[in-house]
Design a protein around this ligand. Structure first.
Ligand SMILES: [Zn+2]
Length: 826
């Protein structure tokens, strides 16, 4: 039966239009009533992607086993008792005991997990169990008024909990729990074709609107101080599905002004806010943008993502300490046993996915997705548990150890989102847009492209191997867009064995447009290297990474009392992929991928007190697409947020937005030590000069006029010049261009330094070089005045114009890479 059913689902989804944003629409039985606004990339249905053997498939198998094991009547026990129906099932423990105020939330998670598992190749029994849960929940809902509740109410606790949250009396998080149930019902409808689930959900939604319409705006806003999950998200998804405006109105009752207002202005006010209370609200905001086209919702979501990934996230991609956001940049000072709640990253990945749909040109979205997926989520499930028991927190203090849930006596929020995460790994490997296929993740899998008669089989042991192979079956024309991660360097693409002259600039997509023939094989290599990531609040505290993978020190039963000091020069590869050895203050130590670290104590962060670490190859990338506020996000994910100063503003850019500098006082300040330790570098940017004055600066990185490196659009000699010095103007080593930079036109400028050679590029073409340089950025030390548009000399003019797409690397971009940046406007 299920095979027939899934075939029907697959066929209808292929023809379905739009509404790609609803997770559920992976295999929707009916096209959504409303298309999503502002979306230019789309998900494939879960039924279109099959995982092949590998760590993700292994995790999924354990969670599937658990879903098969679970007793539906135990999950229904308190729902039944709540409305006076009999239940002889054993009560559950943990967060689901008969007296825990969050009871019932796990039943919602199970509905979502069953629906996802069924849609992604799980057994028909998943649908049977989900259908049973929905039918029994419907009976409970039918009993609402008989039990003294309002029509449509469905919960495992009495409606008086809602009275309490409205009256601002103590209660845990009743709407949070209802959101999980509503989301589970929506998923059962969209992914498993259960019509009754939509009926039950619609009644719940009407009840939500009834309860909230009665309140004043002030009462509603006060109530929103209590965690309410993604009520705005699920109600917006329901609006997109049904086009009933009542659901959008109900969703907007949950727009929390106290959180949304600063985010709309790109102000980071997150310090001391409960982290996972806020992330789902922002997920709601991006869906409200997709539903309404109101750009303020989009800005809230984009700004939140930039703020959280840039200033509040650990090396594994997680956030929060003791569940709370801390002051911006506090990482080394916030290492504990309660860091990185798993739900937060589950929700950040959902948000990242929605933002990718909104702007697939931002490759940093999927770079973050990969980082958090591998280093946090993949490693949060216990591989020794046949039921996929899951972490709540992931401790990041030295000596921390992962601990896990159990069958019936835990039921934390993260146990719930863990079931969801581990049943949908297939949902973000591939995306599509018209004739374009995005390959974003390197996970062994087969994509059956609905409606095209083509499959793409991805075979890889990534990240243990730094490569992947795509084999096409069926023929047809489409554009393949392969994510070239920001952390790689020297990526290569081969088609049927022949090296392709395709630009593989890190932090872009490599593009291959052709008519594909059955049997075509694309081989991609993504070279990995060892890097270290400093924390923003203590540059000596660093995490070690190999490519995208965070490595951790193996400490067995050693409950470290202090952070070990690592000698980075001793890190050496072993014959086992991703396994290294090193010498630390504790002696010889083995480094393993953090996602494989289970059952023993570890450290992710080290003291590295030798010299300034070599920065990651891609140091910083400022897209200047914020449009408001006084900060500019670093799109590499390295967290090097820039600050606008002196009246710097925003304008239209070469691509997206740009920073606008007024020629009198405005500039952009980059973090201290931006290129510290670099023995090679590239600085590249787009500039559109409104006027040109001698000795203004495109950039000037230094600690005063004695030691700096800068580029001026026009020196007193009349041409553009790059110079680097450690002894003032008299000691400058220069690259002089043949002409000044033009005014009134977007111009791409790049400088590369390596060894004795410095090259200056204008609009993608080399215009000058100096092969007798002896200075490099490392000779400047940790520079403190790293400015865009401002000189170290106070008498020099400020830049008058706009700057966009500023990129800093600690390596030399090749001429082809520079040409590619110019050609693509990146
Ligand atoms: Zn949680």
């Amino acid at each position: 039966m299920s095979l027939t059913r899934r075939t029907v689902l697959r066929a209808s989804a292929a023809g379905a239009v739009a509404a790609a944003g609803i997770t559920a629409l992976k295999a929707t039985p009916a096209a959504a009533a409303r298309p999503d606004t502002g979306v230019s990339a789309y998900a494939f249905p879960l039924s279109a992607v099959t995982l092949l053997a590998g760590p993700f498939q292994a995790n999924t198998g354990r969670t599937h086993s658990y879903l098969s094991f679970l007793d539906a009547d135990r999950l229904l026990h308190m729902f039944r008792l709540n409305v006076g129906l009999p239940s002889s099932a054993a009560a559950m423990g943990g967060w689901e005991t008969p007296t825990t105020e969050l009871r019932g939330h796990s039943t919602g998670h199970v509905l979502t997990a069953l629906a996802q598992g069924y849609a992604n190749g799980g057994p028909a029994a998943f649908k049977t169990k989900g259908d049973y849960l929905v039918a029994e929940l419907a009976k409970c809902q039918d009993r609402a008024t008989a039990a003294g509740f309002n029509t449509g109410y469905l919960s495992a606790y009495p409606e008086s909990f809602i009275d309490r949250v409205e009256a601002r009396q103590s209660v845990w998080a009743p709407y949070y729990t209802l959101h999980k149930i509503m989301a589970g019902l929506l998923d059962m409808h969209l992914l498993a074709g259960n019509a009754q689930a939509l009926t039950v959900l619609t009644r719940m939604a009407a009840w939500v609107k009834f309860r909230n319409d009665r309140l004043t705006q002030t009462q509603r806003q006060n109530m929103l101080d209590t965690e309410f999950g993604g009520m705005n998200e699920v109600l917006t998804n329901l609006y997109q599905l049904t086009a009933d405006p009542n659901h959008l109105a109900a969703a907007q009752h949950f727009d929390h002004a106290e959180v949304f207002d600063p985010l709309a202005s790109n102000v980071d006010a997150l310090n001391n806010y409960h982290a996972n209370t806020q992330i789902p609200k922002v997920l709601g905001a991006i869906r409200e943008y997709h539903a309404t086209g109101t750009t303020r919702y989009r800005d809230i979501a984009v700004n939140f993502w930039d703020i959280v990934t840039g200033r509040h996230s650990y090396a594994i991609g997680g956030n929060s300490n003791g569940e709370y956001f801390k002051a911006p940049g506090r990482i080394a000072s916030e290492l504990s046993d309660t860091t990185c709640e798993c739900c937060n990253t589950y929700n950040m990945l959902k948000l990242t996915r929605q933002l990718f749909f909104t702007n697939p040109a931002r490759t940093d979205y999927m770079d973050y997705y990969e980082k958090a997926l591998y280093n946090h989520i993949l490693g949060a499930q216990n591989p020794s548990s046949t039921h996929g028991f899951h972490c709540y927190y992931v401790p990041l203090r030295p000596g921390g150890i992962k601990t896990y849930s159990n069958d019936y006596n835990n039921w934390t929020c993260c146990h719930g989102t863990g079931m969801e995460s581990n049943t949908k790994y297939a949902d973000s490997i591939y995306f599509h847009s018209g004739d374009t296929l995005y390959v974003n993740l390197f996970i062994a899998s087969v994509l059956t492209w609905p409606g095209r008669g083509m499959t793409v089989r991805q075979e890889t042991s990534y990240p243990e191997a730094a490569s992947t192979r795509l084999t096409i079956t069926g023929s047809g024309a489409f554009t393949l867009r392969l994510r070239i991660p920001s952390w790689t360097s020297g990526a290569q693409i081969r088609l049927n064995g022949a090296l392709q002259s395709v630009a593989t600039t890190p932090g872009t997509y490599a593009t291959m447009s052709r008519t594909w023939a059955s049997g075509d094989v694309v081989d991609v290599t993504l070279p990995m290297s060892l890097t270290r990531e400093s924390t923003p609040d203590n540059t000596a505290v660093q995490a070690v990474k190999y490519g995208p993978i965070v490595l951790s020190g193996v400490y067995g039963t050693n409950n470290l009392s202090t952070m070990p000091t690592l000698n980075p020069a001793t890190i050496a590869a072993t014959s086992t992929p991703l396994q290294f050895t090193a010498t630390a203050s504790t002696g010889a130590v083995t480094l393993l991928p953090f996602y494989k670290m289970h059952g023993q104590r570890y450290t992710v962060y080290w003291n590295v007190n030798t010299t300034t670490p070599p920065p990651a190859p891609f140091v910083a990338h400022y897209r200047f697409d914020e449009t408001s506020g006084t900060t500019a996000a670093d799109a590499t994910g390295n967290g090097r947020t820039a600050t606008l100063a002196g009246g710097a503003g925003w304008t239209t850019g070469r691509t997206g937005g740009a920073v606008n500098l007024n020629g009198t006082s405005a500039y952009v300040s980059l973090p201290a030590g931006i290129l510290a330790g670099a023995t090679a570098c590239t600085v590249a940017a787009w500039v559109r000069l409104d006027a040109i004055t001698s000795w203004s600066r495109l950039f000037d990185f230094g600690s005063g006029s004695t030691g700096s490196m800068f580029l001026t659009p026009r020196s007193s000699a009349g041409t553009a010049r790059f110079a680097i010095t450690t002894s003032g103007s008299g000691g400058e080593q220069r690259i002089n261009a043949p002409a000044a930079l033009p005014t009134g036109a977007w111009t791409h400028v790049a400088v590369t330094l390596s060894g004795t050679v410095g090259v200056l590029y204008v609009n993608g073409v080399e215009v000058a070089r100096n092969a007798a340089l002896t200075l490099r950025p490392a000779d400047l030390g940790s520079t403190t005045q790293n400015w865009i548009g401002r000189s170290q000399y106070s008498g020099d003019p400020y830049l008058d114009g706009a700057v966009d797409g500023l990129r800093l690397y600690s390596r030399v971009l090749t001429a082809a890479e520079v040409a590619d940046l110019n050609a693509t406007g990146q």
